[in-house]
Design a protein around this ligand. Sequence first.
Ligand SMILES: O=C(O)C(=O)C[C@]1(C(=O)O)C=C[C@@H](O)C=C1
Length: 349
Amino acid sequence: MAKKKTARTGGPKREIDKLDREILKLINERAELASDARTDLSAVVQKAMERNRGPLDGEAIGAVFREISAACQSLSHAERIAYLGPEHTFSHIAAIEQFGVAADLVPVATIAAVFEEVEQGTAAYGIVPLENSTDGRVSDTLECFARSQVSICGELPLVIHHCLLGSGSRAEVRRVESKPQALSQCRNWLAKHLPGAECHPVASTADAARKAASDPSVAAIASAQAAKAYGLEVLVPNIEDNKDNVTRFAVIAREMAGKSGNDKTALMLEINHEPGALADAMGVFKRNRLNMTWIESFPVAGSRGRYLFFIEFVGHATEARSKKALLALEKKAQQLVVLGSYAHREPIG
Ligand SMILES: O=C(O)C(=O)C[C@]1(C(=O)O)C=C[C@@H](O)C=C1
């Protein structure tokens, strides 16, 4: 079939040159389209098939362009960084701290979507809240770690100042919206200063700010940056209950990070359901003189009684003492997953 088409359109060399030019054109188009996170590969393939005048048939040209588009997409997505959006969430602020404002920062709707972007390779990194000094763990994130393959390759503890934002006056506020973690970090302030207001959970602090912009009876708890971006007034700044309110973010990726010399390692452990099993596991850290910096027990969804332990200790997983401890833990564990090693950071802000 290819031979017949070549003859009709004037020789293989010319056809291949023409094909090259078409490919180049489509690659350029693809690069432009890649800036849109939702670009669909099939649109590019479809275009290539429509433009095709031989020598290859439609199926073959579709297959070639599918491969080219996928390669371009993975190249152009190599440095995309996914975060819980919309713009001006605390996750966005953390992503700017970590990667700079010029980075290709991509807002997504949920923490689970951040994990998906990284797992599927459409983003090289993601940034997710792990725990807060007032409110404890961020369950959405731990749940994602329990069923995902991604690693932690960095940490970023960020000082969080919450503001009450609105488009009217404080006296008009009947409802306060924010992410449950933010509402919880301000619960004493809300009980004292807005006891009659209904608290309503939404997907993120910036999502709350965006919604509050159209209704003066609704206030949002969000950052001062969100106030500016969504055209709201800061009705009350610094309403967090604990003045040293720090959220620790994890930078996630498909690969682990190398040694920095001042590292921590996070792991996920499930142990036998029997007396002394947790004490035995803890004994491994003691014997190997490894200082634990975090422990969190988390129920395995739908298991009725099984728990995962999220543990963090000082040291890189490749260091001798860590390796010895991980080996000993593995023998005791039903499940042991090293989530990653990463450089220790002091709180920012
Ligand atoms: O909603 C946001 O702005 C987020 O980035 C999420 C999040 C969280 O879930 O912990 C991050 C930091 C603050 O603790 C409040 C909210």
